[in-house]
Design a protein around this ligand. Structure first.
Ligand code: ADP
Ligand code: MG
Length: 329
C-alpha cells in the first residue's frame, strides 16, 4: 500500500487520446521501431495500433488484459529512476473494460500469431490462432459503448483528433529512431521515417511542428560539464512567438513534461524580446542525472519534480538567454 500510495492513480481512459498514449507506450516498451496508428472518427469508432515489437507469448495474452497482472514496479527504486514508460499494469485492462478489444500478437520464435478478443466486462478471452508478422496489433472499437455517461463527455471529432494527434506528435518528437504513421478515416496525417541524422531530425520537427517553426528558430546545444546537464533542440525566434502556448515541447530524459519551473526559465530568457501576451515556441531536450528528477509526481499528467530546482532553472535560463541574446535587437 505504501508503494501504491506513491503512485497517484489517475483515470487511465478519459478519451481516445489516452488510449493511444497507453498503447503506444506499450509498443515502445516492447522495443517497436515502426508504429502504425489507424483511427476512425478520431478514435471513437476505431483505434488500431500495429507495432513490430517483441510480441506477447500466447499464454500471456489473457494475462495482459487482466488488471495488475503485469505491473512492472517491483521495488521502490524502480520508481526513483523509472526507465520504462509504462508502469501501472492496468492500461489494457481498463481500455478493454470500456470497448471491444482485439489483441493479436506474435513473438519472433512463434510459428504464427495468437489472438484474444474481449467485449467490455465480458472477458471470455478465447485464444485463437491468427496471421500476423512479429509484433502486436491492438484493435479497439467503440470506445465507451457500454458506458454512455462517459461517452457524453467526449468532445467533437475535431477536438478529440487534435488531442490524439498531440500524443503522436509528442512521441514522434521524443523518439526520432522510430517510424510513425498516423491515419484518420483512411487519410494519412503523419508519415515519419526514422530520423537519425541531424538533418533528418530537423525535417521531422518541421513535419510535426510546421516548416515555419524550423525556419524561424535557432539551435540550442549547451552542456554544463560540472552538473552534467545538457540542453539541446530548437527555440523559435522572438518573431515566431505565438498567441497560444501550443508549440512548447520540453523533454526531460526523453519524456515530455510540463513544468512551471521550466516554463518560467524559458519565458524569462525571452523576457525583454517577447511582446505582451505572446508565448515562445520551442522543442527542447534536457538531459540530466535521473536521480535529480522525480518523474512520478503523477503518472498521467506531465509533471516532474527537480531535486535541484534552482540549478536546473538557471541552466535553462542561461542556455536560452545566450542563444536569444545573439539576435536581440
Ligand atoms: P503495463 O504496461 O503497465 O505493464 P498494460 O496494461 O499497459 O500494463 O500492459 C500489460 C502488459 O501487456 C505489458 O506489461 C506487456 O507485457 C504486455 N503488452 C501490452 N502491449 C504490448 C505490446 N504492444 N507489445 C508487447 N507486449 C505488450
Ligand atoms: Mg502500459
Amino acid at each position: 500500500p505504501r508503494l501504491a500510495n506513491q503512485i497517484a492513480a489517475g483515470e487511465v481512459v478519459e478519451r481516445p487520446a489516452s488510449v493511444v498514449k497507453e498503447l503506444l507506450e506499450n509498443s515502445l516498451d516492447a522495443g517497436a521501431t515502426r508504429l502504425e496508428i489507424d483511427v476512425e472518427q478520431a478514435g471513437i469508432k476505431l483505434i488500431r495500433i500495429r507495432d513490430d515489437g517483441d510480441g506477447i507469448e500466447k499464454d500471456d495474452l489473457p494475462l495482459a488484459l487482466s488488471r495488475h497482472a503485469t505491473s512492472k514496479i517491483h521495488e521502490l527504486e524502480d520508481l526513483e529512476a523509472v526507465a520504462s514508460l509504462g508502469f501501472r499494469g492496468e492500461a489494457l485492462a481498463s481500455i478493454s473494460s470500456v470497448s471491444r478489444l482485439t489483441l493479436t500478437s506474435r513473438r519472433v520464435a512463434s510459428e504464427h500469431a495468437w489472438q484474444v478478443q474481449t467485449e467490455g466486462r465480458d472477458m471470455s478471452a478465447q485464444l485463437s490462432p491468427a496471421a500476423h508478422p512479429q509484433g502486436t496489433t491492438v484493435e479497439m472499437r467503440d470506445l465507451f459503448f457500454n458506458t454512455p455517461a462517459r461517452r457524453k463527455f467526449l468532445k467533437t471529432e475535431n477536438t478529440e483528433f487534435k488531442h490524439l494527434e498531440e500524443i503522436v506528435k509528442r512521441l514522434a518528437l521524443s523518439r526520432f529512431d522510430v517510424a510513425f504513421q498516423l491515419k484518420n478515416n483512411g487519410r494519412i496525417i503523419h508519415q515519419l521515417k526514422p530520423a537519425l541524422q541531424k538533418a533528418e531530425q530537423e525535417r521531422r520537427v518541421a513535419a510535426v511542428c510546421g516548416p515555419a517553426f524550423v525556419e524561424q528558430s535557432l539551435h540550442v546545444d549547451m552542456n554544463a560539464e560540472a552538473s552534467g546537464l545538457s540542453l539541446k533542440g530548437w527555440i523559435g525566434l522572438p518573431t515566431f512567438s505565438r498567441s497560444q502556448a501550443d508549440l512548447q515541447y520540453f523533454f526531460v530524459n526523453g519524456r515530455m513534461i510540463r513544468d512551471k519551473l521550466v516554463t518560467h526559465a524559458v519565458r524569462q530568457a525571452y523576457a525583454d524580446v517577447l511582446f505582451h501576451g505572446r508565448h515562445p515556441a520551442y522543442v527542447l531536450y534536457l538531459e540530466l542525472d535521473p536521480s535529480l528528477v522525480d518523474v512520478n509526481v503523477h503518472p498521467t499528467k506531465h509533471e516532474v519534480r527537480f531535486r535541484e530546482g534552482r540549478l536546473v532553472h538557471d541552466f535553462i535560463f542561461r542556455s536560452i538567454h545566450r542563444v536569444i541574446g545573439d539576435v536581440r535587437p
